[in-house]
Design a protein around this ligand. Structure first.
Ligand code: ZN
Length: 294
């Protein structure tokens, strides 16, 4: 099962998160037919969005958009307070040769010129969007830069996805570490050593280490406690009723045209790939309903 643990140390001066996301990343891969490179890129974005959304409550949502000049054409990841994570890459089939070091070329697929956008919908007022330029297109570095420049929170972020030879997701996860400005420099130096000693997060997850184990390494030398554990899953907020609403918004004439074409209509949810089909009879019935005076 996928989940995320939030922890604090040094009376709240240090905040840390760690997540395992293997199942939800693989569900995204399966739903969208992602290539290995896109599985890694989308998986890092989905995991990063989950980490950024760790403080969401009630009906609040967070949307992460990564728009670069690479062939993937943009990634969108969206999370809510219940740990539902969903998202897609514009070109899911794009694949690139491995980098010289044998790793998937996420930066090449995303592109190194572009922007990260983070939108928080807190359930009141207008949603707030912050942005920052891409640094490497490797996602973790881009989010680190975003948090520092747009949200003014010095942070370190690790994200990793390991794709197996059969192209399924073998392991995925991430962590995020934040020290409040003014935190003891000796503590910050210790945390930096801990990060350097952690290694790739995908390998940690693959070897069976739980989010709590990753936190224990990240916060080694400090007294820390877990303050929240949140299950995570790939889940979409779409549904047949919402698809109906989209069709109805086209208006009566459009629906009549579609019904006369006799082929019905098909709507695909971008976020999860779910297909909603409506017969010509259903379209005609809907058009008749729209005709009635209200
Ligand atoms: Zn959906």
């Amino acid at each position: 099962m996928d989940y995320m643990v939030s922890a604090v140390a040094l009376e709240g001066q240090v905040r840390a998160l760690a997540a395992r996301t293997t199942a939800l990343v693989d569900e995204a891969r399966r739903r969208h037919g992602c290539s290995p490179t896109v599985t890694a890129a989308l998986g890092r974005a989905l995991t990063g969005a989950a980490l950024l959304g760790s403080t969401l409550k009630d009906e609040q949502t967070l949307t992460l958009r990564i728009v670069g000049d690479g062939p993937i054409g943009g990634i969108l990841a969206d999370v809510d307070a219940g740990g539902s994570v969903r998202g897609y890459a514009r070109n899911a089939a794009v694949d690139l040769p491995l980098r010289p070091d044998g790793k998937l070329d996420v930066g090449g697929a995303v592109g190194r010129r572009g922007f990260v956008y983070v939108t928080r919908d807190l359930g009141f007022g207008e949603p707030y969007t912050g942005n920052a330029p891409l640094v490497t297109g490797e996602v973790a570095e881009d989010l680190t830069h975003y948090l520092l420049t747009s949200e003014q929170v010095p942070s370190a972020v690790g994200l990793g996805v390991m794709v197996g030879p059969d192209t399924t997701t073998r392991a995925a996860g991430g962590w995020l570490l934040q020290a409040l400005p003014g935190a003891d420099p000796a503590v910050v130096a210790q945390l930096e050593r801990n990060i350097a000693g952690l290694g790739a997060v995908s390998q940690q997850i693959e070897s069976g280490r739980a989010p709590e184990d990753i936190l224990a390494t990240l916060l080694s030398g400090q007294e820390w406690r877990a303050v929240d554990t949140r299950p995570l899953a790939f889940r979409c907020r779409c549904g047949r009723d919402k698809a109906l609403g989209v069709l109805a918004s086209l208006g009566r004439d459009e629906l009549v045209d579609m019904a006369e074409g006799d082929a019905g209509a098909e709507l695909t949810c971008h976020f999860c790939g779910e297909v909603y089909r409506f017969t010509a009879e259903e379209l005609a019935e809907m058009a008749a309903h729209l005709e009635r005076p209200v």
